[in-house]
Write a protein that binds this ligand. Structure first.
Ligand SMILES: NC(=O)c1ccc[n+]([C@@H]2O[C@H](COP(=O)([O-])OP(=O)(O)OC[C@H]3O[C@@H](n4cnc5c(N)ncnc54)[C@H](OP(=O)(O)O)[C@@H]3O)[C@@H](O)[C@H]2O)c1
Length: 283
């Protein structure tokens, strides 16, 4: 299968490339080789390569900085997917696009989970631009998978690595305990993408994170417990840890729809253990 991957230097893209490279012909492009905001470039590239799939791993992902860089975030997260969707429609490719829990406002009762067709209501610039990206894909193509994920970690800088680093510098850490979600290993999201392609499940929007839910506080405690680190972790509220972009308190995405398609997804603790082994933190 010929597959075009955008944003190939990003954290998720690295895992996707690794997962798909043996059985497919991959065309891996970074932002220099294929700038998704450049419509002509996208159209020419897709016409020339004629891939069967486009996997869009490119995005503007600096959630806080986006509050000040709305125009750039909008170009990459909204216009970019639109260009890819138009090209995919014209040259008959299937578009796999990655979206986010930030399309919701996170105010849902914490005992409930967000389903794919629940009302979106982004409250941050990042979330709004990602939502526009989803809408642009739906309006401009018919063969698409929009995969909403959350709390990603993998090769590169990420929350787990930051916590491991901070544990060496500080005796105790304050971590937010009122935001709930599913930590998701890029390796496991890449596996979900591979299964989607192999099984050719129906097109549409799917929630794709690891299974199970936790808070950043409990996630941190689990990272330290598995890594045999004794750093003290103190629970704090979002109000005590204010960031430029408001974080959703409820980021719990229901996986029922994707699981009903027979896709297998590991639990988040299982993903974390494999990540710590891959990073040589534990053996
Ligand atoms: N990380 C998370 O926790 C998280 C959570 C939910 C959803 N997501 C979504 O998951 C996807 C992958 O995220 P990630 O963490 O792997 O992101 P990432 O590591 O920040 O990678 C994004 C990549 O996009 C590239 N890019 C930026 N502008 C581009 C353009 N105009 N044309 C082509 N490429 C461009 C960047 O390249 P340059 O560096 O060269 O600009 C970068 O390599 C994104 O859609 C993101 O919104 C992430």
């Amino acid at each position: 299968m010929k597959i075009l991957i955008t944003g190939a230097k990003g954290m998720l893209a690295k895992a996707v490339i690794n997962k798909l490279k043996d059985e497919n012909q991959l065309i891996c492009t970074d932002s220099q080789e294929l700038d998704i905001t450049d419509k002509n470039m996208v159209m020419e590239y897709v016409e020339k390569e004629k891939p069967e799939y486009i996997i869009n791993c490119a995005a503007y992902t600096a959630v806080d900085k986006a509050e000040e860089e709305e125009e750039l975030a909008e170009k990459v997260n909204s216009e970019g997917p639109k260009n890819l969707a138009i090209a995919a429609g014209k040259y008959n490719c299937i578009l796999v696009h990655i979206s986010t829990d930030y399309v919701f406002n996170g105010d849902l009762d914490i005992n409930k989970t967000y389903k794919e067709n629940d009302k979106t209501m982004p409250v941050t610039v990042y979330g709004k631009t990602k939502k526009q990206g989803e809408d642009n894909i739906i309006q401009n193509s018919s063969k698409y998978y929009i995969l909403r994920t959350a709390w990603l970690y993998g090769e590169g800088n990420n929350f787990v690595r930051t916590m491991l680093k901070l544990s060496k510098e500080k005796e105790e850490l304050n971590v937010v305990n009122d935001q709930h979600g599913s930590p998701t290993y890029t390796e496991d999201l890449a596996s979900i993408i591979k299964q989607i392609i192999d099984k050719k499940i129906p097109y549409g929007i799917y929630h794709t994170t690891n299974i199970g839910y936790t808070t950043w506080f409990d996630f941190t405690k689990k990272i330290f417990e598995l890594s045999n680190i004794s750093c003290k972790v103190n629970p704090v509220t979002s109000e005590e840890f204010v960031r430029p972009a408001k974080r959703p308190k409820n980021s719990k995405l229901s996986k029922d729809k994707i699981l009903e398609e027979g896709i297998t997804i590991p639990d988040w603790e299982d993903g974390l253990k494999r990540y710590l082994i891959a990073e040589n933190v534990i053996s």
